[in-house]
Design a protein around this ligand. Structure first.
Ligand code: SF4
Ligand code: SF4
Length: 447
């Protein structure tokens, strides 16, 4: 299900500054083997706490689907993973223990992702919740979210998810023809019916779930077909849209490694998909189409579903417009609090930077808390702000956009400055639409 750059069923996880009004408490596990890495983070002043979360890949990039736009299937070759990648019990125990130790607030969120995490099997997740119960501190709330394609979600799975109050992110791109074109099984058969059946099971069992839809080059041109299906027929009232933007060389090279002079200028043919020398893959969404998609969906949502359907991008934009923090890392001024853990224990800066150049270390040798707040990771998060080109700094939409995700900063400005977001044209259109409608929204909210 690795198709979602910033899927965050728990809003605000990527807030740059730990905001909990909870006294920092030194975390010590109930039992500790001498060889376990220790957390050396200094205590914070009263009222502050350490907070981060990690997207875990229990089976690496392994998946039972073969989505045409997946950015993660290629990690097996890039990182030299074994064919049957799987997190062993020692790495799992370290992850659970270290995450609970290092998050010093009253809530800890675990995210299980892939590849397809359900391939790890139910017994793996039974061990997860047992380990969490073992290491949780008194009064600490443990939350889990699972991002899945839904193919394996039978009654036993759904009962487990309901019993342990997992929040599920289910990949569903829209109506049958849109979904099936992009998301076949490894055998080439359609997956729509199984994804929708999973949605039905989750809804029937009362498991809270969000639908995660990738907006790619084709689906962006059918905004109402996508939105109305998801909002009215998926059974979920939480929707997350993720723009599909993949640099042409994403399988081999991290976005940050590209030579600035090789980036195309905004407005040039290479800055759009479909050109032989385009900076992005054929299936990446066109920036103009993405803006149109968001504006059309926004209008429909505002007219019919405001307050009933929760669209993460929209609600974050409204919150930010009202002076509240961003609910998505992509819309925040800095990032770096959403890491990625591979099945082999290697920790990376972000789900979209799982490249050797962005490996922070191994949790068997260094504590995840130390790695999450290491100099390298702090610099990674600050770079989101510090490398903004002057176009962004002067942009009227900066406080809503913040240059979006650094992964997507694939263009040069018209004056040749590197680091402009590939989606800029669409982001500007969307932010203008939000600004246009803000007075009416304020009136509806009484603010
Ligand atoms: S690079 Fe930053 S903004 Fe982009 S997905 Fe990762 S944490 Fe979020
Ligand atoms: S809309 Fe474009 S110029 Fe403005 S902050 Fe976003 S990426 Fe930068």
């Amino acid at each position: 299900m690795a198709d979602s750059p910033s899927a965050e069923p728990h809003p605000g996880l990527c807030d740059p500054v730990p905001p909990h009004a909870v006294p920092a408490t030194p975390a010590r596990p109930p039992q500790r083997a001498p060889e376990w890495p220790r957390c050396t983070l200094p205590a914070l002043p009263a009222g502050r706490s350490y907070r981060f979360h990690t997207m875990v890949k229990p089976v690496g990039s392994r998946c039972n689907l073969d989505c045409g736009y997946c950015f993660y299937l290629s990690k097996a070759a890039l990182l030299g993973h074994e064919r049957q990648a799987r997190m062993d019990d020692a790495v799992l125990a370290q992850h659970v223990r270290q995450t609970i130790e290092a998050n010093t607030g009253n809530e800890v969120v675990f995210s299980w992702q892939g590849g397809e995490p359900t391939l790890a099997g139910l017994p793996f997740f039974e061990r997860v919740v047992a380990l969490q119960a073992r290491y949780a501190r008194p009064g600490q709330r443990i939350e889990n979210d699972l991002q899945t394609n839904g193919v394996l979600l039978d009654d036993a799975w759904v009962a487990f998810l309901a019993r342990h109050r997992f929040l599920v992110g289910l990949s569903l791109d829209g109506p049958r023809d849109i979904h099936d074109r992009a998301r076949p099984t490894r055998g080439g058969t359609p997956s729509f019916d199984r994804a929708l059946a999973a949605a039905r099971r989750l809804a029937a069992a009362g498991v809270p779930f969000a639908v995660l839809a990738v907006v790619h080059r084709d689906s962006a041109r059918r905004p109402l077909d996508v939105y109305r299906f998801l909002a009215r027929e998926s059974g979920s009232t939480r929707l997350q849209f993720t723009p599909c933007v993949e640099p042409r060389d994403f399988r081999a090279q991290a976005p940050s490694q590209r030579a600035p002079e090789s980036l195309p200028r905004v407005g040039s043919a290479r800055a759009r998909p479909g050109h032989a020398l385009s900076v992005v893959t054929e299936w990446s969404v066109d920036a103009h189409d993405y803006g149109q998609f968001l504006c059309v969906v926004w209008d429909d949502w505002l007219a019919h579903d405001f307050g009933r359907v929760h669209v993460n991008l929209f609600e974050s934009a409204i919150a930010q417009s009202l002076g509240l923090p961003a609910q998505l890392c992509t819309a925040a001024p800095i990032c770096g609090k959403a890491l990625a853990l591979e099945h082999d224990g290697r920790l990376y800066a972000c789900d979209h930077f799982v490249y050797p150049t962005h490996e922070l270390g191994h949790i068997g040798r260094q504590h995840a808390g130390d790695l999450a707040f290491s100099t390298a990771q702090v610099a990674f998060g600050l770079a989101k702000h510090d490398t903004l080109p002057s176009d962004c700094r002067a942009c009227p939409h900066l406080a809503l956009c913040w240059g979006e995700c650094p992964k997507n900063r694939l263009l040069r400005t018209r004056t040749g400055e590197p680091g402009l977001n590939y989606l800029c044209e669409g982001l500007q259109a969307f932010c203008s639409r939000v600004a246009r409608d803000l007075p009416a929204i304020r009136a509806r909210l009484g603010r």
